[in-house]
Design a protein around this ligand. Structure first.
Ligand code: CDV
Length: 320
């Protein structure tokens, strides 16, 4: 439904700022310059919120095996904002635009030093309102030198310890997740149960990583399927932003997109490079779906959903 036809419309203009490849040789300053250019373009096109990719400050380093912690630590941020990233926060405040930024986080916790695949949500005043640490880490922790590109997120990151919070800010209810999280229905459902209206997410999705060409050939389809299903079944907007193109020889999908609570894609990138896509999103559309098909309070039957939290893997069926 066009926002203009909804008397209770709460429109927000949102941008997905897709990045083409980041070379290993690119510095934080190089990446931040690219992000700033896209932030300015998003603001000039009326956006009040811009979503950047997962690990937007470095190349996708989990594709390589690093033996020593010091080798991999160069890809991690010790503070956010830090000296190189502060300009993003200052510019956001000047332009009056919020942003989502994915990065590798080196955190000093009570339990010692931890590494997370993290995103922050920054409001239109340049202040961090929320932090999310990736829960569903894909790949493997062991060395697999036979692979042209490994996927070592399970080696370099701990699973996120912050759950899936939802923040009320900038006129709406916003949640975050990161890349592989978007394939898991639990991700969206937990946030929907916290009244999310827009899920923000960044991704790096290689399409040569499974060893099954028939699956890799469906990478774009699965990308759309996961975000459209998550949006529709949970009556929420989803803004997904890729880092894409051929990065250090590894091909990654694009298709950054903005999906409505109807499940319809309202904007999608058409390149595999730096590209800003913008859409005007009526947050009140979530209410319309939540008062009809997906009225959770009326139609959900949680008494039957126990295995979802009680079990990690499947158990055999009852003998018939
Ligand atoms: N960065 C990711 O989480 N990538 C995964 C790949 C490995 C499947 C993804 O879900 O796109």
């Amino acid at each position: 439904m066009p926002a203009s036809l909804n008397p209770r419309a709460r429109p927000i203009v949102v941008a997905a700022a897709q990045m083409g490849p980041i070379a290993l040789s690119e510095t934080r300053a190089d990446c931040v310059a690219r992000l700033l250019e896209m932030m300015r373009e998003a603001a000039s096109r009326g956006a009040k919120l811009v979503v950047f990719p997962e690990l937007a400050l470095t190349t996708f380093f989990p594709r390589w095996w690093f033996e020593a912690d010091q080798e991999v630590d160069v890809f991690f941020e010790r503070e956010m904002p830090g000296p190189e990233t502060r300009i993003l926060f200052e510019t956001a405040a000047e332009l009056g635009i919020g942003f989502y930024l994915g990065y590798a986080e080196l955190a000093h916790t009570d339990a010692g030093l931890k590494r997370f695949n993290t995103a922050v949500l920054v409001n239109d005043k340049g202040a961090i309102v929320g932090k999310y640490r990736k829960v569903h880490l894909p790949g493997h922790a062991d060395h697999r030198p036979e692979r042209a590109f490994q996927h070592l997120e399970k080696r370099y990151f701990q699973p996120g310890d912050l759950g899936f919070p939802v923040w009320e800010t900038m006129g709406g209810n916003f949640g975050m997740c990161i890349c592989n999280d978007r394939r898991w229905p639990e991700t969206y459902r937990v946030m929907a149960l916290r009244s999310v209206e827009m899920v923000l997410l960044g991704y790096n999705t290689p399409n040569d990583h499974t060893g099954h060409p028939e699956i890799d050939g469906l990478s774009n389809f699965h990308n759309q399927l996961a975000m459209q299903a998550g949006a529709y079944q949970n009556a929420t907007w989803v803004v997904g932003t890729a880092k894409c193109g051929i990065e250090e020889g590894s091909p990654m999908i694009g298709q950054s997109m903005i999906v409505a609570p109807s499940g319809e894609v309202v904007a999608m990138a058409s390149t595999l490079g730096d590209e800003v896509v913008v859409a005007r999103c009526d947050l009140d559309l979530c209410r319309i779906y939540r008062e009809t098909f997906f009225n959770f309070a009326v139609h959900r039957e949680p008494a039957h959903y126990g295995p979802i939290t009680a079990q990690k893997g499947p158990v055999p069926p009852t003998n018939g």
